[in-house]
Write a protein that binds this ligand. Structure first.
Ligand code: PEP
Length: 252
């Protein structure tokens, strides 16, 4: 199974920079074409830039998707983007329940599950994010919190083909702090065990780690048991770092 290296560009850049970044990512892959044998690269730009990266992604075996979608299929929902619209633009993945959506938009795990159902209905793979805050971890509640998020955020019918889990400790996102390999190993094996109990078939369901991943820590994080890839924010905005994460993980 290939590891998934997923870039979340968030609300950064402009059209020209989006085109330039995807071209640089493609060029980096071309320098080392064998990297594609072990890694799948996913880019999630702002919605509006998806059409601008589509052709170059297709040409270089990069997949792309969105950072959110509506729970609704269509209708009077001003400002919303449906899962089908993402699919129409060539997207195949959608990130759901990112901690920034949970924090700034009040998204609950129940809403995330509804969005995941909408994503699955449109044929998209849902990357469902879970993770504890620093105070949850200080209180020793990380398994309880992540377990409850998983329980409520995964819709019926979630499986390895249509769902990826991203474990992102909130305190590690954009802070330069990462969880230790031991903490990541413990959490990923907890998630793995819970998915086994919760889903009819959780075999091969990928579990990503996210939170300040960069080339310098990629090998340690990506060689941790049950870590099937990374969800990358800041370092996904520089081609050298984004592809460098896979290269560093490979080379050790
Ligand atoms: C993220 O926002 O999902 C993320 C992991 O960000 P960063 O890599 O910048 O910590």
């Amino acid at each position: 199974m290939k590891k998934l290296i997923a870039g979340n560009w968030k609300m950064n850049g402009n059209l020209g920079q989006a085109e330039e970044l995807v071209s640089s990512i493609a060029a980096k892959i071309q320098e080392q074409p064998s990297i594609i044998d072990s890694y799948e690269f996913l880019i999630c730009p702002p919605f509006l830039y998806m059409p601008a990266i589509k052709d170059i992604c297709a040409k270089h075996g990069i997949v792309f998707g969105a950072q959110d979608c509506s729970v609704h299929e269509a209708g009077a929902y001003t400002g919303e983007i449906s899962a089908q619209m993402i699919a129409d633009c060539g997207g195949t993945y959608v990130i759901l329940g990112h901690s920034e959506r949970r924090q700034y938009h009040g998204e609950t795990s129940q809403l995330v599950a509804q969005k995941a159902t909408a994503a699955h209905g449109a044929g998209l793979v849902a990357v469902i994010c879970v993770g504890e805050t620093e105070s949850d971890r200080d209180a020793g509640k990380e398994n309880e919190i992540v377990g409850a998020q998983l329980q409520a955020s995964l819709p019926e019918g979630a499986n390895a083909e249509n769902t990826v889990i991203a474990y992102e400790p909130v305190w590690a996102i954009g802070t330069g702090k990462t969880a230790s390999s031991d903490d990541v190993a413990n959490m990923h094996s907890f998630i793995c065990a819970q998915l086994k109990e919760q889903l009819a078939d959780s075999k091969n369901l990928r579990i990503l780690y996210g939170g300040s991943m960069k080339p310098e820590n990629a090998h340690a994080l990506l060689s941790t048991p049950h870590v099937d890839g990374g969800l990358i924010g800041g370092a996904s905005l520089k081609a050298e770092q984004f592809i460098g994460i896979a290269v560093a993980a490979e080379e050790g």
